[in-house]
Design a protein around this ligand. Sequence first.
Ligand code: ADP
Length: 209
Amino acid sequence: MELNKRQNEILEIVQSDGPITGEQIAERLNLARATIRPDLAILTMAGYLDARPRVGYFYSGKKPAQSVGDGMIGMKVGDFQSMPVVVAENISVYDAICQMFLEDVGTLFVIDKDSHLSGVLSRKDLLRTSLGNKELDKIPVHVIMTRMPNITYCKKQDTLLYAAKKMIEQQIDSLPVIVERERGLEVVGRITKTNITAAFLSLADDHDL
Ligand code: ADP
């Protein structure tokens, strides 16, 4: 939050001479008490100042409250990503379903024999195949996965806002976090809607929820 010149002056006065009343602050600035009332309200609401009846204003020493927008801009994928769960292209749909339950994830990333990203398997991909197919242990996942180059991914250094935008635009629940290698993409993490929700919640700090 940007403070204006007068708000900064008030902050300096309170920092050096607080606790101090609104009346006294106004006097020091040669202004009427009513003139600085909005500034005092802003400084108090933002968390720079605390006010006590009959004592006056004093410096809170707290970090000023950031706006939610400011907080989000600084968030990077690398700080919120989870471990990826990867499977080989030739494992069966049956085994992929077991893996999804065992690892408690909603999306599996598929890698080729060189360990590069080759596909994505979502819950619905597996459900769709299970409908009407009895021999799930005979179908390899590479037949049903969404494959490269149609995979949306992100990198550690991307902002979380970028990842959120991609997920919403593409209507998908997660993105692989990758590192570009000479011959393909190495999967190093995953970002899901849950990670985005956790990041959102972290902006609330220790506010009462
Ligand atoms: P679900 O289908 O279980 O709701 P998603 O919404 O994530 O899960 O997946 C929808 C479709 O998009 C699926 O066919 C899946 O293979 C595909 N998909 C999921 N994640 C990605 C991704 N990062 N890039 C490209 N396609 C994806």
